[in-house]
Design a binder for this molecule. Sequence first.
Ligand code: NAD
Ligand code: GLY
Length: 360
Amino acid sequence: MNTLTVDLGNRSYPIQIGQGLLDQADLLAKHISGRQVMVVSNTTVAPLYLDRVLPSLAGLQTATVILPDGEQYKTLDTLNTIFTALLEQRFNRGCTLVALGGGVVGDITGFAAASYQRGVAFLQVPTTLLAQVDSSVGGKTGVNHALGKNMIGAFHQPGCVIIDTDTLDTLDDRQLAAGLAEVIKYGLIYDADFFTWLETNVTALMARDKTALATAIGRSCAIKAEIVAADERESGMRALLNLGHTFGHAIETGTGYGNWLHGEAVAAGMLMAADLSARHGWLDSADVQRTESILRQAGLPTEPPDTMSEQQFMDLMAVDKKVVDGGLRLVLLKRIGEAIVTADFQPDLLSETLTATASA
Ligand code: NAD
Ligand code: GLY
């Protein structure tokens, strides 16, 4: 087992990564302080893994909430079903919520924990690659609004993250690829050597080579932990984790939540960011090619949906959380392994990127 730490002083917590961790009952149990535990999962993940988690909670007052599956259910209405279950079962402030599932379950459960009785404990047990390398770490929680992705939420850190890499055995290839988009992101923004390693190992990762996956998950979590420890509330460098996300969130909202997977939208968005960086003369064309090539090899989209126009992108990107005083800020690449957050991009070049990649 590989144990990392998200170093946040007295709110520090471990990320435990390994095979078969769901069967190690004490891993979860030792992070539960009160007597009441609610496991939140969904209709796909619960039949696969809930019975593996419940024995860890023996002796406690345990309840479960099974949510409908899908990004389209990452809403205030779904959140309310968790609050209703907590209140009906008289859960008090000492309770702990456990998120068992992908990023959707993790984000909703985290937000329920952030707001129930003004904040209760929660633990993350992520079961998709995307959730294991990104969403379960760092305490961003929330739900979508019809007008914008992840627009309602809170920062609320989990008490631990338990990553059983064997859960990826049941994940389909499209979801695995979506998780790889976020892994590739870490190489692009932070670690050129890791990006080179990913270029060599992308085929092994797609073939679910366990050693390669463990390395990729470990390095991704280590980078995320380092960035979150340095800038928990995103006043600076944490925004780099949003490479491709301003374009990607516009794609997810514009196409209707759930049609493009988050990781797919981020992949197309990262290439749009690379294209715009090259138009500013920062990234050379060989590095744009490398970015496109690795995304293609991972089976990810490299173009936005042809149904979206430049105007639609501009309208949707205007509600991005990085907008300050009405000004759009974008994460762009200086080179592979180095990114910046900037409002100092040329609007005409953004327009060129959007017309070159988006339709009419
Ligand atoms: P997801 O939660 O929808 O999971 C993808 C699909 O895989 C779902 O159908 C799910 O039921 C299924 N699934 C989960 N685990 C499985 C398993 N082991 N075997 C078989 N099927 C399984 O999507 P996701 O990609 O995990 O997460 C995307 C969400 O995460 C988005 O809402 C995105 O905004 C959010 N996100 C949050 C952060 C953050 O920092 N909080 C970071 C990145 C993404
Ligand atoms: N996924 C972006 C962040 O955690 O900041």
